[in-house]
Structure formats: structure tokens, C-alpha cells
Design a protein around this ligand. Structure first.
Ligand code: DSN
Length: 429
């Protein structure tokens, strides 16, 4: 690169990623092909509109690459329609709200402190000024089971126009059949935000909400799906072909969503990103991606067991998916932010997170959130999980001993370097 200042930072970040282990459950390592598509000449092109209906010339190849991404997404997730233009997960969710709701309408989503996401109506978001958000949450904190009776009671009272299933900090599975029953009873649009688990659904390791009658799914493309940073909206039903599953017809939903993404509130799509999404969707359709998805779950269960055997209290006492939420405050009387900082010192990357009914504030919460998608990409298996749990426990216990922390950081680095990043091959920089 000519720009040595930026080159230095790119190389430093690459070194950080190689020498450490990524335990943040929403992060991953993409392939060299995804990086190549991201760095391609598609970044030079404006393509407002959709394939076959653009506002600028020169769209022969952008149309083809976007169509490829759309067709791959539809096939992978079993949808009738796909919009691959959202720049990320938040705009994907907002597009569905704008398409389906009038200001003042009600949406029902998961409590943030029980694992829900900011964009599911947290009071600090702009959406919370436009719509009324009501909540469901975990009924049994020991098992993590959602209180579906209370969900139904609130839904019957509040009549949400959207019932939203999805999370960014919930380590169990949702019962989509129960969601669908309640949603259909009140005539709500059934929406799943599968940002965290899209790769697990694509890899057939977790159930697909569409198989339970959901109407729309939103997702990011960079978490378990292992693509570039971006978003996507998948819908059932096509224009002029109403869904028969519910009394209300949702036939115009795909068109309404497309209009909200563009020209509603996004301008030109990022075509380099679209190309990279197409690559990632192609990779996720391969049989080996199913092995990857299963291995994520096996690793998460093993890591959870190894942590619990070392004194970590886990929210819901384990995991059914890729993520683990540890109550480090209850376990070791140290808050999640401090643990996050300690782990950074030993080349382990995780993030602090609020837990249900957290006695501590959101910026210094009780929880530590971690997960296995990224380390599984690097080839780690169940037999490595005891060592990772041990490093985390040792780092916390010896947090005031720089000598021990330094020794742990070297151990983690030497271990990590044995597992190259998938993009280490075929790099041009
Ligand atoms: N920031 C994402 C996560 O880490 O889960 C959610 O948007």
C-alpha cells in the first residue's frame, strides 16, 4: 500500500486477530474470497434501484451480482423474496417497521436485559419515539424458558402488529411454534431477527422460523453467517401471491420492504458488499458449512460445561446455541467490564453485557458474553475448550498479578498462532 499510515494499522489489526482468540459471539473471520469481493471494483459503482430497474447506466454486472446474492439467499433460507441491500441489521429491522407499521403502532419484542436487541425498541432508539414497544422475557431464569403464557396475555391486551422473535444475548432456543400461535391469534406479523443465528439456521443446526409460519426474517450477514458486515431481509409471499398461512394477507410486504430500503431511507447499495454477501451465501450452502454450524454448538456446550466446572455461574445454566452469558459478578465479585479488560490483556476478546435483573448498571454490568463462532472457524474443537475456560478463570483470579497475566498472554498467543485465519491464504497485502 502507498498509504503507510493506514497500512500499519491494517497490519496491526491483522496481527491482533492472529495472535488472539475472538470470543465475541457476534464476530467471525471471513474467507479470502469474501475479502477479495469487498476490495473489488464493485465499490466504485452506484446502483440505486434493484436489478433490472436502476437509475444509472453501467449496471450489467451489478444486476447480475445482486441477483446472484438474492437467489442464493432465497434458496439458503427458503424465502420467496430477499432484499440484500440493508447496510446492516438495524436498517433491516427499521425497514420492516416502516413497511408494516403506522406511527403509534405496537411491536412486541424481548426485554433487552433478557437478551433482546437495542433495535427491538429500547427507549434510547429513535424507533421507540415512533412506535409503542411492549415486552416479553424469560420466565424461568434457571432454564431460560420464555414466559409464553405472559407473552400471550400481553399480546391479547396490546394487540401488537409485529411479534418479534430474536436476540443478541440469549443462550437458549426460542419456541417458534408458540410464537406463531400467539402471533396468529392476534393477527401480528411474525418477524424473526436472526442476526446472531443466521449461520446456524443456514447450516441446519438450529430450526428455521419460516418452517413455523414466520413471515419475515432480518439478519446481519457477518456473524455466524460469516460474510461481510451487512444486512438482509427475507420474506415469505411475493407481490400478488398472498400468504395463505394467516387470515390477514401479507402479499405486498416484499414490495413495501423494498420501497422502504430504497428509496425509503437508504441511497445507493454498497455493491462490493453485495458481491461479498453473494460469496458468503455460496459458502454457507456448502455441506462443510453444516459441519461448521454443528461444531459451533458442540464447542459452546463444552465451553459452558468447562466454565461451570471452574465456578462460573452461567445465565440459564448453559447454552443451546453459540453464545454463553456468564454472571462474573456473582461468580467472582468482579464486573463484566473489568473482566473484558483483563481478557484483552491476555489476548482473549469478549464483551461485557447486562444479565437479567442485573444489579449493576449497563456500562459496568455483571455479565460477560462470549461465544464460539469465530474460534470454530479457526478450527478449534471440543478438546480445546477446557484450556480456554482455564485461561479465562486464571486471568480473572490473577487479575492483579501482571507477571501471571503476561505469561497467560504468551500462552494464548502461541496457541492462537497454530490456527491461521481463513484469509491468511491468497492475500495480496
Ligand atoms: N452488536 C451486535 C452484537 O454484538 O450482538 C448486535 O447488534
Amino acid at each position: 500500500m502507498n498509504d503507510k499510515e493506514v497500512e500499519k494499522l491494517i497490519l496491526a489489526e491483522r496481527k491482533r486477530q492472529r495472535e488472539g482468540l475472538e470470543l465475541i459471539p457476534s464476530e467471525n473471520y471471513v474467507s479470502a474470497d469474501v475479502l477479495t469481493a469487498l476490495g473489488s471494483e464493485f465499490t466504485n459503482k452506484y446502483s440505486e434501484g434493484y436489478p433490472g430497474k436502476r437509475y444509472y447506466g453501467g449496471q450489467d454486472f451489478t444486476d447480475k451480482v445482486e441477483t446472484l446474492a438474492i437467489e442464493r439467499a432465497k434458496k439458503l433460507f427458503g424465502s420467496d423474496h430477499a432484499n440484500v441491500q440493508p447496510h446492516s441489521g438495524a436498517p433491516a429491522n427499521v425497514a420492516v417497521y416502516f413497511a408494516w407499521l403506522e406511527p403509534g403502532d405496537t411491536v412486541m419484542g424481548m426485554r433487552l436485559d433478557h437478551g433482546g436487541h437495542l433495535t427491538h425498541g429500547h427507549p434510547v432508539t429513535t424507533m421507540a419515539k415512533l412506535y409503542k414497544f411492549v415486552r416479553y422475557g424469560i420466565g424461568n431464569l434457571e432454564t431460560g424458558e420464555i414466559d409464553y403464557d405472559l407473552m400471550r396475555e400481553v399480546a391479547l391486551k396490546e394487540k401488537p402488529k409485529i411479534l418479534l422473535a430474536g436476540f443478541s444475548g440469549y443462550p437458549r432456543n426460542l419456541d417458534y411454534a408458540k410464537f406463531a400461535k400467539i402471533g396468529n391469534e392476534v393477527g401480528a406479523l411474525l418477524m424473526a431477527d436472526m442476526a446472531h443465528i443466521a449461520g446456524l439456521i443456514a447450516g441446519k443446526a438450529l430450526p428455521n422460523p419460516f418452517d413455523y409460519g414466520f413471515h419475515v426474517m432480518t439478519t446481519t450477514t457477518h456473524k455466524t453467517l460469516r460474510g461481510p458486515r451487512g444486512g438482509m431481509i427475507l420474506t415469505k409471499g411475493t407481490p400478488g401471491n398472498p400468504l395463505k398461512a394467516v387470515e390477514k394477507t401479507f402479499d405486498n410486504l416484499p414490495t413495501l420492504i423494498d420501497r422502504e430500503v430504497f428509496p425509503g431511507f437508504q441511497g445507493g447499495p454498497h455493491m462490493n458488499n453485495t458481491a461479498a454477501k453473494a460469496v458468503a451465501l455460496g459458502e454457507a450452502a456448502k455441506p462443510e458449512f453444516q459441519d461448521y454450524a454443528q461444531q459451533i454448538l458442540k464447542n459452546a456446550k463444552k465451553l459452558a460445561d468447562e466454565m461451570m466446572s471452574r465456578g462460573f455461574k452461567l445465565v440459564t445454566n448453559g447454552t443451546d446455541n453459540h453464545l454463553i452469558m456468564a454472571d462474573v459478578y456473582q461468580s467472582f465479585k468482579v464486573d463484566g467490564r473489568e473482566v473484558q479488560d483483563i481478557l484483552d490483556k491476555v489476548n482473549l476478546s469478549a464483551n461485557c453485557n447486562s444479565i437479567p435483573d442485573d444489579p449493576l448498571p449497563p456500562f459496568r454490568p455483571s455479565g460477560l458474553r462470549l461465544g464460539t463462532p469465530a474460534m470454530t472457524t479457526r478450527g478449534l474443537k471440543e478438546e480445546h475448550m477446557a484450556q480456554i475456560a482455564e485461561w479465562i478463570a486464571q486471568a480473572i483470579k490473577n487479575r492483579n498479578d501482571d507477571k501471571i497475566l503476561n505469561k497467560l498472554s504468551i500462552e494464548v498467543k502461541e496457541f492462537s498462532l497454530q490456527f491461521p485465519l481463513p484469509s491468511d491464504k491468497n492475500r495480496c497485502l
